[in-house]
Structure formats: structure tokens, C-alpha cells
Design a protein around this ligand. Structure first.
Ligand code: GUN
Length: 314
């Protein structure tokens, strides 16, 4: 069976090209670009790479993206104070506090930080107010990765309504909002997680299979229905050559890339799934670029909504 590549990089480029003139128009109307404040606490290397990608792509699209880097010793109160400052800044449209926060900040740090973000500036779509609207089918700001998956399916012409979509993972940032967005598009949705029994029996029923567990090669070909659309949300950096060889085979370009760079990012879906799926999103170049494109889209939407509400108050 021939497997179509779901080209997230191309879809993301198309979204950014659509956004650029809207960003330009906003900038002309308001005398400033839509602006996004990103808070990065600590020195998690993967987070540093993601945040740089958001800054670079945002700037290329005409947004003002500022990264606020804080040392790993920063206290939760200090982060909350910064978030409150952004909430009161008339020229700040979007706030994103990069996860994970350092473990020393405490188990509930991420929840406390998200709760403190003004819902109108919550471009991650994680504030309980925005999650509630999403659950009610009144989406205002949806989390970027799952909304990127929907964009990818739409732009690749893959129907959602009436399909059985199986989501592996129930995180607040991907699995849960993914299931709600698919449900809203009239898919029949099953959410699987670490306590699901006989996972392959369920995933084999999926017309659309979305994996967001963060375990390299977790989804194997015996778990996939022939012809299914498989979306790989996993992005795990690996530096273990033996693991790369197990996944991709000796002599593969990915193993050479690991040798050259010291690490590579791999998805949840085992490469052998390409032999059975009808469509598959690669890692890298699948959902990752779409996450950033949707962040920019949410930031523009937040800026425009704030512009309109300010005008309404005049
Ligand atoms: N860490 C990994 N992905 C994300 C994301 O989309 N938003 C935030 N805030 N942190 C992340």
C-alpha cells in the first residue's frame, strides 16, 4: 500500500502566507505589530529550541515576539508577577509560558501559571475559561498542536466527519483538546491512555489515529488499520544510536544524522507503519511546524479581538 506523506511543513507555510497580509494590515491599523510574550524558565534544551523556532517564525511573519528568559532558580511567585505584568500591558496580545517548568517550582506550578494568564491573551488555549469554551463547542482559542492536526487533515483533504478517530494520550495540551476538536468535527472519538487495555484492538479500528505519548516507535504496524491516516504528535530527542538503528535500520539517513549531530528528534510512530497506513505525518516536518503556525494564528486572533473590544469601549 502506498502511504501519502502528510506535509506539515507545506501546510504551515501556507498558513503563514495567509497570515502575513493580515498581520501587516493589523500593524498598519494599530501602529504596532501583534505581540507575543514568551516566558522560558530554566535551561531545558528542547524548550530552548522550540522557543527559538517560535520567535524566528513569528518575526518572519511580522509579529513582535519577545522571549523572557528566566534562570531555573526563579520562584513561582516571580513567574506569576511577570504574567500579571503582561496581563496589564496594553501592547501585549499573547502570553505563552513554555512547559515544562523546572520541577523545583512545585507540582502545580504549570496549572497556577495558566490560571493566572488573562484568558484573552491565552494563545496556548489552556486557561480553564478557554478549555470550557472548547468543551462547549464555542472555540475561542484552541491549543496549538491539536488545532494544527485539524488544519493538516483539512488541508490534505482527509475527511473527519463520521470517521472513527482514536487519540492515544490524554494530556491537557494535546490529547484532551484533540479529542474535543475531533468531536466537534463530527468524528466518533476514542481516547486511549496508559491504563487502556488491549490498546492495539482499539487503535486498529481507527480511520484517523493520533498519537501523543512521547515514546519513540510506540505505534507499530500491528496497531494500524490498513489505509488509516496516522498523525504523529510525538517529538522525542534521542541520542542513543542503538535505538536509532532499531527504529530506522543500519545505514539509514536518520542514523547518519544522529552520528553527525549527536541527537535527532523522533516520533511515536514506528517507521514500518508507512507500509500499512494510507497517510502518515513525518517527524520532523509534520505537526511541529503547524504548532508554531497555529500559535501565530492565535496571537493574531487575540490581538484582533483585543483591538475590537478596545474600540467597543470607546
Ligand atoms: N511545551 C511543549 N509544547 C508547548 C506548547 O505548545 N505550549 C507551551 N506553553 N509549552 C509547550
Amino acid at each position: 500500500m502506498s502511504c501519502r506523506k502528510l506535509d506539515g511543513a507545506a501546510a504551515a507555510a501556507a498558513i503563514r502566507a495567509e497570515l502575513a497580509p493580515q498581520v501587516q494590515a493589523f500593524t498598519q491599523r494599530c501602529g504596532r505589530p501583534p505581540s507575543l510574550a514568551i516566558v522560558l524558565v530554566g535551561d531545558d534544551p528542547a524548550s530552548a529550541v522550540y522557543v527559538r523556532g517560535k520567535e524566528r517564525t513569528g518575526s518572519e511573519t511580522g509579529l513582535r515576539v519577545t522571549i523572557h528568559r528566566l534562570p531555573k532558580e526563579t520562584t513561582l511567585d516571580e513567574v506569576l508577577t511577570l504574567v500579571k505584568r503582561f496581563n496589564g500591558d496594553a501592547e501585549c496580545d499573547g502570553i505563552l509560558v513554555q512547559s515544562p517548568l523546572p520541577a523545583a517550582m512545585g507540582q502545580d506550578a504549570e496549572v497556577r501559571v495558566v490560571d493566572a494568564i488573562d484568558p484573552a491573551r491565552d494563545v496556548d488555549g489552556l486557561h480553564p475559561y478557554n478549555v470550557g469554551l472548547l468543551a462547549q463547542g464555542r472555540v475561542r482559542m484552541a491549543p496549538c498542536t491539536p488545532s494544527g492536526v485539524i488544519e493538516l487533515l483539512d488541508r490534505e483533504g482527509l475527511p473527519i466527519a463520521g470517521r472513527h478517530a482514536v487519540v492515544i494520550g490524554r494530556s491537557a495540551i494535546v490529547g484532551k483538546p484533540m479529542s474535543m476538536l475531533l468531536l466537534q468535527r463530527d468524528a466518533t472519538v476514542t481516547v486511549c491512555h496508559s491504563k487502556t487495555s488491549d490498546l492495539p484492538a482499539i487503535t486498529r479500528q481507527a480511520d484517523i489515529l493520533v498519537s501523543a505519548v512521547g515514546r519513540p516507535g510506540f505505534v507499530t504496524s500491528d496497531m494500524v488499520k490498513p489505509g488509516a491516516a496516522v498523525v504523529d504528535v510525538g517529538t522525542t530527542p534521542i541520542s542513543d544510536r542503538a535505538l536509532a538503528v532499531r527504529l530506522f535500520g543500519e545505514g539509514s539517513p536518520r542514523v547518519s544524522a544522529l552520528a553527525a549531530r549527536g541527537s535527532i528528534v523522533v516520533g511515536d510512530v514506528h517507521p514500518s507503519v508507512a507500509g500499512i497506513a494510507g497517510a502518515l505525518s513525518p517527524v520532523p516536518g509534520g505537526v511541529g511546524p503547524l504548532t508554531i503556525a497555529m500559535l501565530l494564528k492565535n496571537t493574531l486572533a487575540a490581538a484582533t479581538a483585543r483591538e475590537q473590544s478596545t474600540r467597543g469601549a470607546d
